[in-house]
Every structure is written in C-alpha cells, then in structure tokens.
Design a protein around this ligand. Structure first.
Ligand code: UD1
Length: 447
C-alpha cells in the first residue's frame, strides 16, 4: 500500500527512464536476430522482467546490468511461449511475429482481456495470414506456421482497419525477414513504433516510413547484432508534467523527447500551465495558481495518448469549469473515476465520455488502483489532496513505472510504501507523520 501526504510542494529535476512500451517490443524483436544484442536505457519494471522470463523460456540468454540488457537469441530452443507467462503480460503476444519470421512457426497463447478492454489480436492474425501464415486458434492458443512448408513469410500489402500499435509492431517485425516487400497501410505512428523500426534497422532491416501511416519493409534473409538505446518514456514524462502542474510546482524533466509530448503540452497550456524547453532533451513545467477546464479526446499518435487520460483527469478535477474527456481508443478505461470520486472529484461517466466538474479541493481517502495508468492518476490526486491518501493494488503501478515513488520523493513529495490495511490515520498522526518525513525522523507508531 502507498501512503501519500498531500499538498507538499515539489521542486528540482527528475530523470525520465526508458519507454516501457518500446523496451517490451524491442526485447521481443531481439528474437529476430541470430547474434547477441545490447539494449540500453531499459527501465526497471515488472513487465520488463516478465518479458525477460518469456524470452528465457524460449531459450534466449539474458543478463541485466544496471539499465542494460545483454540478450543472446542465437539459439531459440522452442517456438511455444508458456501460458502462465503470457497471461501475465499482454505485450508478450509480440513474440509471435519474430518467432514465425525466424523459425517458420510459433505457438502463442491468446493473452486474453485486460482491465481496460477486450483488446483482441485479430489485426495481428489477419496481417500474418496475408503474409502467408496458416493460423489456427485452438484451446486458447494461436498456432501459426508458414504456409506450404516454406521457410519464409511472403511480403504483402496490408491495410490495418485501425492503426493498432501492437499489430503494426507484430507485422513490421515479421516483415523484416520475409521474402519481398511488405506495405503496412493505416499503420500506427507512435514513437514506440519508430523506435522498433530504428532498432530493426540497426540490425540491418530495411524499413522506410515508420512514423507515417505507411510503412514499407523490404525483407532481408538475416539480421545482425546491434547495440541500441531505448527512447525515453513519454507517458512517464507526461505523468511528471502533471505532477508539477497539480502541485503548483516548477519542476524539470531530464532525458525527454519534447516532440513526443506535443499533445500533452498543448493541453497543459490550454489549461493555463506552461512548458518550456531548457535544452533539446529537457522540459520545465511552469505551474499556475488555478487551471481552466479543457476537453480532451484520446486518439492514436500524434493525438492525445490514451495512457495519459487517467493522469490528466486528476488535474481536470481541480480546474475551474467543466471538462469532457472522450476515450476513443479503449472501451473500458474509466475505472479510476469511482476512485477519484471517493476523493471528492465531481465526475459523471456516460459510456466513453467523462464529464468533469472542477472542484476547489480533493480530500485524501483510501483508494484502489484498478490498472497501471489509474494508479498514476490516484498518486497525482493524492499529491494534491488535503490529508492522507492510501492506494492499494500497487502491482499495477510496478508493472509500468520505474521507481515512481522514489522519483517523487526526490522532488520533495511525501509518500511511502507501507504494509497493512488502508484505514484513514488519525489527523494528529498525519501531522506527526508529515513533520517526521519532512525532518527525516523515523516513521514509527503510525496507524
Ligand atoms: C499499446 C500500448 C498501450 C497503449 C496502446 C494505445 C504496448 C505494450 N501497449 O497497446 O500502452 O495504451 O498501444 O496507444 O505497447 N485492436 C483491435 N484488434 C487488434 C489490435 C487492436 O481491435 O488486433 C483495437 C484495441 O482493442 C484497441 C485499439 O485497437 O481498442 C488500439 O489498440 P492497440 O493500438 O493495438 O494497443 P496495444 O498495442 O494493445
């Protein structure tokens, strides 16, 4: 359980870690390479460890030193990913493309639904079929093999019904080793797709157009070893920008790519905060005393990211006026609303729309994190709320934020992990705890 003492101002600098969603897919992408690869700037996350377990189960050798992974996929012992591991990490379905491209067959269990929606994989499957794969789904497992006993997939022209990040990545990886040219139309343009393309190109793949809606891949017979650094995490960066805004604190972010944050920065400015670039990889959040309401629609990149929807909602709860958030990417991504309401937020949800009426203040309360980005939203709300907030189900947070509480503590926030039930502490204990945290005295005797 995480306990947060709200209303503490933040100050200073924070270094943003490597992008979770890049690291996971690039790790899967190392299966394409019959040499070893070095991946740098890999964040320290439970999801990354799980992807490592899946690669290990396939016979890949992995060593971690600091933020660098040495991955040797020269010998893949088997083409079947174990269900116990896949079911814990949706992104592990990514291994299907590289396994099929490299070995000619793959067996990967369906990852199943998740807290934010059904998340089907039909676009991945249809694209692989267009590239000459036989795909059968039996007993919850996808069996894919290159049709007609051939060794390599065939290049194809594939139109994606929606610009799915995962399907674009699966098909791009599969196409790197296919025979001939693959054209992906209506492809996802997310920075993580570009990062994967750059990683594959560093291994010798021929890819043009990543970052636009048409990606062209000319297959090559073999990819070679590389040393590659993962891009910074734009969602972690966006979360810290909101942390600065919601606590009315000027803070600086190091190791960011400002262009990846344009939609988030535009919304912060629309609300009355400012963001300035002090260096090409450094942003500073300049807060305001009061924020204006604004409407947000989540969209594929370069639109407003769905992963920032929940964190931004926390800021909108405290703005002046009414805001509407329209979630168009996932169908069930409003579960944080009930928890924010427990803290005094005034939000009405109608299907994928949330209407947020700004309130002057939030009050600390025991809440439960329902998914990864919801946990970030609740931490942000807790930083701004009166009194103490306790957040349970931190396993969601640990999946995708690299030491969020340590980084917030470094900025001056008062929060700590504690064991036990989420009961509201007595008010005098709150004051004692805040002054203990401020003074560095040991936190004993807390309820
Ligand atoms: C990735 C990110 C996730 C982010 C999302 C959208 C990773 C590990 N996760 O998820 O953090 O929130 O992009 O930016 O990179 N869809 C289909 N059929 C498919 C595939 C997707 O209908 O075969 C639908 C999904 O249900 C969803 C929409 O397309 O409604 C977008 O999903 P997608 O872009 O594929 O997201 P993910 O790759 O799962």
């Amino acid at each position: 359980m995480l306990r947060i003492w709200g209303k503490q101002p933040l100050h200073g600098q924070v270094k943003i870690s490597g992008a979770k969603n890049s690291a996971l897919v690039v790790m899967a992408g190392t299966l394409l390479c019959s040499d070893d690869c070095l991946l740098r700037n890999v964040p320290s996350l439970v999801d990354v460890a799980r992807m490592g377990d899946i690669l290990s189960a396939l016979g890949v050798k992995i060593q971690r030193q600091g933020d660098t992974l040495a991955i040797d996929a020269s010998h893949i012992g088997q083409s079947e990913a174990p269900y116990e591991l896949v079911s814990q990490l949706r992104a592990s379905f990514f291994v299907i493309g590289p396994l099929l491209a490299r070995l000619g067959s793959a067996r990967v269990p369906l990852p199943g639904g998740c807290a934010i929606g059904a998340r089907p994989v039909d676009l991945h499957v249809r694209g692989l079929q267009a590239m000459g794969a036989d795909v059968q789904i039996e007993h919850g497992t996808v069996f894919a093999s290159v049709r007609g006993g051939k060794q390599r997939l065939q290049g194809a022209r594939i139109y994606l019904d929606c610009p799915s990040v995962g399907a674009t990545e699966t098909l791009m990886m599969a196409a790197t080793l296919a025979e001939g040219e693959t054209i992906l139309e209506n492809a996802a343009q997310e920075p993580e797709v570009v990062d994967l393309a750059n990683f594959c190109r560093a291994m010798g793949a021929q890819i043009r157009g990543a970052g636009t809606n048409t990606i062209v891949i000319s297959g090559v017979p073999r990819l070679h070893s590389t040393d590659y650094s993962i891009i910074p995490d734009r969602i972690e960066a966006g979360t810290f920008l909101v942390a600065g805004a919601i606590t009315h604190s000027e803070i600086s972010l190091l190791s960011v790519v400002p262009n990846h944050l344009n939609a988030v920065v535009a919304k912060l400015r629309a609300m009355g905060a400012d963001v300035v670039a002090d260096a090409p990889d450094q942003l500073r959040l300049i807060p305001n005393r009061q924020y204006r309401a604004t409407d947000i629609k989540t969209l594929p990149f370069p639109g407003f990211p769905t992963d920032m929807q929940a964190p931004f909602m926390s800021l909108l709860t405290l703005s002046e006026g009414n805001s509407v958030i329209s979630e168009t990417v996932f169908e069930n991504r409003m579960r944080h609303v009930a928890e924010l309401s427990r803290m005094g937020a005034d939000i009405t949800v109608k299907s994928n729309l949330a209407i947020i009426r700004g309130v002057p203040t939030l009050s600390g309360a025991p809440v439960v994190a329902t998914d990864l980005r919801a946990s970030a939203a609740l931490i942000l709300a807790g930083l701004a709320a009166d009194g103490v907030t306790t957040i349970q189900e931190l396993q969601h947070l640990d999946r995708g934020y690299d030491n969020l509480e340590g980084k917030l503590q470094g900025l001056g926030a008062k929060l700590m992990r504690v064991a036990g039930e989420a009961t509201a502490p007595e008010p005098n204990a709150v004051e004692a705890a805040v002054s203990a945290v401020t003074s560095g005295a040991p936190l004993t005797g807390l309820p």
